[in-house]
Design a protein around this ligand. Structure first.
Ligand code: NOJ
Length: 572
């Protein structure tokens, strides 16, 4: 037996509340809709839900601009419907993790309203206010050259009090001043509120941006973020991409990853430890957030895998070798390939020809690597990016602002549109496709959904059509989730790479004392013959595409194009 915590064995499923299920027919999702679909989630075989923000919000950043941390957005329901959702999930053995946005609030939050009301207001210092500078011609300038990571200046002038406030993201998302102990106390009350209600943990938004350098030194980059994005949009060369990464770090050197954040994470960890088995997952990839392995966050995401342009066996092997070696004792990995900020898995890792096969490999990879997997709603039916044709359809303020800034900076409208069209996060946030009914069964016919539904719901990319089809993506997800659930080695085992130099196939072992599994994934369109040098024989095929019959000889192993083999092995 291996001792484990629930969140190490769980498979998480991210729900974007606006897009999951619309019960009241207003074109956006709600808690009543989620409650109706809990049976579906149980049937799918996931263990925990990460719920993107469900709090009252002006929705300038789709809920990541919170105006009340202890409420429920009225368009989604009430605190009572939230409670019913939580209870319904728990009854089915599904845990619920909320999104906690610590870095900033909405500019409509009463804290900010109070803070901006006067320089002497007791809450003035809850946010980051500074005087501007005067330029050589006497013009008013922001306190320094820092940019928002959503492009443009990070400072917004407030004429009423003649000062600037700092916002790492949109100007409607002012940063809290975490150097003020009252902010910490108020936010920890929020944490206690939801834990007292029974939630199982938090996904912590944008932790690296919580602190900024108090002396406000100018950054030393010569590039603007917009220029950087414009190059990045078309760059393929790994050296160019790496240099862009370094430039990005120069741009944000005083606004990102300040050491103080680790003390804050330790403090939060101590708070949640008092509530038992509660999990904290940081929206960051840096191993440093694990602290000693047991005193900061329980998990951070392996974003390197998600952000790679093409998943290949050598790259995945290198990622695992490096990352697993860096983890401190006791720390547990966490893998994901998609979320509400990134393209859909099937679009991101497809090659335009074998997208379905590659999407299946992506799931097999996520569910067999060592670590907790995070899935994103709709992946399980093969939803793909919905590329929008006109700016009017965009809802992602980030993309709209970037477009406006690009045009202001001399980009032609076509170039600006090309820049944001693919990058807009809207592409992966479209409504869940439940059936082949109008509006994909998400909202009633004739209702304008908040983002347009992807038309491919009419071509089988929907739950109802896939539920009873054993060849569907949904059936594949269910089967593979069941295999993982039944296997202690896949859930908890040590990872050991096999075939160190193979470019076509990824192969590795997962090992617990009572079970040893071999996983082989063929990333090519050709059958591959392998001769892994292993002292084992196959005792049981746990999963294979295509299905296999008869014994498997590990000395002369063949794997079909894009084939997946998961087998239990034992000493020969
Ligand atoms: C990260 C969230 O995932 C993203 O959607 C949001 O826009 C920013 N943080 C700001 O909260």
């Amino acid at each position: 037996m291996v001792n484990s915590r629930w969140w190490q064995e769980a498979v998480f499923y991210q729900i974007y509340p606006r897009s999951f299920a619309d019960e009241d027919g207003d074109g956006m999702g709600d808690f009543a809709g989620i409650i109706r679909q809990l049976d579906y989630l149980e049937h799918l075989g996931i263990d925990a839900i990460w719920l993107s923000p469900h709090y009252p919000s002006p929705q300038v950043d789709c809920g990541y601009d919170i105006s009340d941390y202890i409420g429920v957005a009225p368009e989604y329901g009430t605190l009572d419907t939230f409670r019913a959702f939580l209870e319904g999930a728990h009854q089915r053995g599904i845990r619920v993790v909320l999104d906690l946005v610590l870095n900033h609030t909405s500019d409509q939050h009463p804290w900010f309203q109070a803070s901006r009301s006067g320089r002497d207001h007791p809450k003035r210092d809850w946010y980051v206010w500074r005087d501007g500078r005067t330029g050589t011609d006497g013009e008013r300038l922001p306190p320094n050259n820092w940019e928002s990571s959503f492009t443009g200046s990070a400072w917004e002038y407030d004429p009423a009090t003649d000062q600037y406030y700092y916002h790492h993201f949109l100007k409607e998302q002012p940063d809290l001043n975490w150097r003020n102990p009252e902010v910490r106390a108020a936010m920890w009350d929020v944490v206690r509120f939801w834990l007292d209600l029974g939630v199982d943990g938090f996904r912590l938004d944008a932790i690296a941006t919580i602190y900024e350098h108090p002396d406000l030194p100018d950054h030393t980059s010569d590039m603007t973020l917009l220029d950087l994005y414009a190059v990045w949009a078309t760059a393929e060369d790994p050296d160019v991409l790496a240099e862009l990464g370094r430039e990005w770090e120069r741009l944000f050197e005083y606004q990102f990853d300040l050491p103080e954040v680790h003390d804050l994470m330790k403090d939060l960890r101590q708070l949640v430890n008092g509530y038992g088995d509660v999990v904290l997952i940081g929206e960051d990839e840096k191993i440093a957030y694990y602290g000693s392995g047991d005193d900061e966050l329980h998990m951070v995401f392996n974003f390197e895998l998600m952000r790679t342009r093409r998943l290949t066996p050598p790259q995945i092997r290198a990622n695992q070798a490096e990352r697993l070696a860096q983890l401190p004792d006791g720390a547990w990995p966490c893998n994901t390939l998609g979320n509400h900020d990134s393209p859909r898995v099937k679009s991101a890792f497809g090659d335009g020809v074998h997208d379905a096969e590659l999407a299946r490999l992506s799931l097999a990879l996520l569910l067999t690597l060592r670590g907790t997997p995070f899935l994103y709603y709709g992946e399980e039916i093969g939803m793909v990016n919905r590329v929008l044709d006109s700016l009017e359809q965009f809802r992602d303020t980030l993309a709209l602002r970037q477009y406006a800034l690009a045009v202001e900076n001399g980009f032609s409208e076509d170039r600006a549109f090309a820049l944001v069209r693919k990058a807009t996060r809207d592409v992966a946030r479209t409504p869940m496709q439940w059936s082949n009914a109008p509006n994909a069964g998400f909202s009633p016919a004739g209702v304008d959904t908040w983002l347009p539904v992807h038309p491919n719901y009419a071509e089988g990319v929907n739950v109802a059509d896939q539920l009873d089809d054993p060849t569907s993506m949904l059936a594949f997800y269910r089967r593979l989730l069941a295999v993982r659930r039944s296997s202690p080695a896949l859930r908890l085992g040590e990872y050991e790479s096999v075939l160190e130099d193979g470019a076509s196939c990824l192969a590795f072992l997962r090992r617990v004392p009572d079970q040893l599994c071999l996983v082989v994934l063929n990333y090519t369109a050709q059958t591959q013959s392998l001769a892994p040098d292993l002292p084992y024989r196959v005792t049981e095929v746990m999963f294979s595409t295509p299905a296999r019959s008869g014994p498997i000889d590990l000395v002369a192993l063949t794997v079909a194009p894009y084939g997946i083999l998961i087998a239990e092995v034992a000493v020969a």
